[in-house]
Design a protein around this ligand. Structure first.
Ligand code: NAD
Length: 498
C-alpha cells in the first residue's frame, strides 16, 4: 500500500501541523521549533511535529494540576469506568486510522498492528474500566493512644497520587501510551505525556479519542519533543508527583536523578536481555517457532525479546536449523503490505547499531548462521540474524541490542543452578522462558530465573491482568493488572475518636 492508498482520515491526520495537546487544545511551540516524523519502511518524511521544551511542559503541568483539583476530582469512580469503556469502543471505531498511523510510524507488520489496535489496546482499556469502582481502603483494628475499640475507628483512604509525568519509547507506540493513560484515568490522576519523538502520531490521536470519550480538558496533555528538552523538563518539574517512564536503562538512571529535586515517585520499565532455556525433552515443534517469535517479534525491538537462547547440546543443531529456516523464510517489507512478515527497524541509527553488535559478535568468535546484513532497499531493514558459539562475556550477549539478533549458547548437563546463573548473568531481569515437558524442572527454573516474568513453553505471555515489570536494572515497579494501579495511588491513614 502506498501513502496514496491510505484512508482519508489517516491522510487528513498526517497533513496537519501537529502541536501539543494542552488543556484540551492543540497549541504550537513558543520557540517555533519542530521535528520531522519518518516512515521507517521508506525513510520518507510523513509528518511534522512541534518540538516542545520546558515552556510547554510547564503549561501542560499547570493544565493537569487545574484539572486534577477541579473538574476531574468531581467525577465518581463509576463515571471514570464509563469513560474508560468508551475509549475502548472509540479505539475500535477508529481502528483503520490508528492501524495505519501505527504502522507508518513504527513499521510493525499488518497482523501485529491488527492485533495491537483491534485487540490489545481496547481490551486493556476495558480491563482498567473495571477497576475504579474496586479501589478500596481498609478498616484497621488499631488502638492509637491506647484507645479501646468503641472509642476509635481507624481506616485508610486510597487517593490518586496527583499529576503524573509519563515518558514513552518508540518500539510499540500506542500500547506504551495506553499503559500510562489507562491506570491514570482509573485512579483519578491527570497526566502530562511526552511520547517518543520518533513515533508521536498515535499518542496524539489517542488524546483526541479520550477527549471524545468524555475525558475533561487538561486531564490528558501531550507535549511532543526531544528527550533532552521536553523529557528532561518533565522529569525535573516540581509540579509533577510521579514519573512513569518506559525506555532504556541509561535514560532511566537520568530520570531518577532528575526526579530527586522534589522526590517525586518514580516507576521505570527499562531494558531487557531475556533468556530462552530449552531442555532436551522439550517439544521441538513448539520450541522452534516459539523461540523464533520470542526473538524476532517486532524485529527484536521489544523489551521482552528472548535474545539469548540456551539450548541443550543434544538438540542444538536441530533447533538452530529450524530457527534459521524460519528467519530465512520471513518476507521483509513495509508493514502496510499485508504479505510482509518482518518490518524495518526504527531508524538508520538503530540499523547501524544492530549491525555493529553483529560485527562485534563475529569478531569475538561467534558464527553467523543467517542474516547479519541490511537488504539493498529503501528503509531501515535488517535481516533476522542467528549467531552461534556465543558465551556470556561477549558484547552482543551482555548488551541489549534491540534488534533481531539471536545469540545461541549451549549446556550439556542438567545442573539447574549453573544454567540459571548463566541465564541471570546480565544486568537485566525483565522476561524469560523455560521449555520442557518436565514440570519439576520447569518450576525449579521459574524460581531460579531472576526476572519479573517467566513463561513456560511460551515466551512473553502478556495479558492486561498479569503484572509485568523488571527485576535488577530492568526497572522499578510493575505495570498491568491490579499491581499496575498501585504506583498511581497513595494511602492515607485516618484515626477518629469522638
Ligand atoms: P530511550 O530511553 O532512548 O527513550 C525513551 C523516552 O525517553 C523517549 O521519549 C525519549 O525522548 C525520552 N528521553 C530521552 N532522554 C531523556 C532524558 N534525558 N530525560 C527524559 N526523557 C528522555 O528509549 P527508546 O530508544 O525510545 O526505547 C527503547 C528502550 O525502551 C529499550 O531499552 C527497551 O528495552 C525499553 N523498553 C522497555 C519496556 C518495558 O516495559 N520494560 C517496554 C518498551 C521499551
Amino acid at each position: 500500500m502506498s501513502l496514496t492508498n491510505l484512508s482519508p482520515a489517516t491522510l487528513d491526520f498526517l497533513h496537519r501541523r501537529h502541536g501539543h495537546f494542552i488543556g484540551g487544545r492543540w497549541v504550537q511551540s513558543a520557540s517555533g521549533r519542530s521535528f520531522d516524523v519518518h516512515d521507517p519502511a521508506s525513510g520518507e518524511k510523513i509528518a511534522s511535529c512541534a518540538a516542545g521544551d520546558a515552556h510547554e511542559i510547564d503549561l501542560a503541568v499547570k493544565a493537569a494540576r487545574a484539572a486534577f483539583e477541579g473538574p476531574w476530582s468531581k467525577f465518581t469512580a463509576a463515571q471514570r469506568s464509563v469513560i474508560l469503556w468508551k475509549i475502548a469502543d472509540l479505539v475500535q471505531a477508529n481502528f483503520q486510522q490508528l492501524f495505519e498511523l501505527e504502522i507508518l510510524d513504527n513499521g510493525l507488520p499488518t497482523p501485529l498492528a491488527q492485533y495491537v489496535c483491534g485487540m490489545v489496546v481496547p481490551e486493556f482499556f476495558r480491563y482498567y474500566a473495571g477497576w475504579p469502582t474496586k479501589i478500596e481502603g481498609a478498616t484497621i483494628p488499631a488502638a492509637p493512644q491506647g484507645k479501646p475499640p468503641n472509642e476509635v475507628i481507624s481506616f485508610t483512604l486510597r487517593e490518586p497520587i496527583g499529576v503524573v509525568g509519563a515518558i514513552t519509547p518508540w518500539n510499540s507506540p500506542l500500547p506504551m501510551v495506553m499503559l500510562k493513560i489507562a491506570p491514570a484515568l482509573a485512579t483519578g490522576c491527570t497526566l502530562v505525556l511526552k511520547p517518543a519523538e520518533l513515533t508521536p502520531l498515535t499518542a496524539m490521536r489517542l488524546a483526541e479519542i479520550c477527549q471524545e470519550a468524555g475525558v475533561p480538558d487538561g486531564v490528558i496533555n501531550i507535549v511532543n519533543g526531544y528527550g533532552a528538552d521536553a523529557g528532561a523538563a518533565l522529569a525535573a518539574h516540581p509540579g509533577i508527583d510521579k514519573i512513569a517512564f518506559t525506555g532504556s536503562t541509561e535514560v532511566g538512571r537520568a530520570i531518577v536523578k532528575a526526579a530527586a529535586g522534589n522526590l517525586k515517585k518514580v516507576t521505570l520499565e527499562l531494558g531487557g536481555k531475556s533468556p530462552v532455556v530449552v531442555f532436551p525433552d522439550a517439544d521441538l515443534d513448539q520450541v522452534i517457532p516459539g523461540a523464533a517469535r520470542a526473538c524476532f517479534f517486532l524485529q527484536g525491538q521489544n523489551c521482552m525479546a528472548g535474545t539469548r537462547l540456551f539450548v541443550h547440546e543434544k538438540i542444538h543443531d536441530k533447533v538452530v536449523e529450524g530457527i534459521a529456516a524460519i528467519a530465512k523464510s520471513m518476507k521483509l517489507g513495509p508493514g502496510l503490505d499485508p504479505s510482509s512478515e518482518f518490518g524495518p527497524l526504527i531508524s538508520a541509527k538503530q540499523r547501524d547499531r544492530v549491525a555493529g553488535f553483529v560485527d562485534a559478535g563475529k569478531r569475538e568468535g561467534g558464527e553467523l548462521v543467517c542474516g547479519g546484513t541490511s537488504p539493498n532497499r529503501p528503509g531501515y531493514f535488517f535481516e533476522p540474524t542467528v549467531l552461534t558459539h556465543m558465551s556470556s562475556e561477549m558484547t552482543p550477549v551482555k548488551n541489549e541490542i534491540f534488534g533481531p539478533v539471536l545469540c545461541v549458547q549451549t549446556f550439556g548437563d542438567n545442573d539447574l543452578d549453573r544454567i540459571a546463573r548463566e541465564a541471570n548473568s546480565t544486568i537485566y531481569g525483565l522476561s524469560g522462558s523455560v521449555w520442557t515437558r518436565d514440570l519439576g524442572i520447569a518450576m525449579q527454573m521459574v524460581r531460579k530465573i531472576d526476572s519479573g516474568q517467566v513463561s513456560v513453553n511460551m515466551h512473553a505471555a502478556i495479558d492486561p491482568a498479569m503484572p509485568f515489570g523488571g527485576n535488577k536494572q530492568s526497572g522499578w515497579g510493575r505495570e498491568f493488572g491490579k499491581e499496575g494501579l498501585e504506583p498511581y495511588l497513595k494511602t492515607k491513614g485516618i484515626s477518629m475518636t469522638w
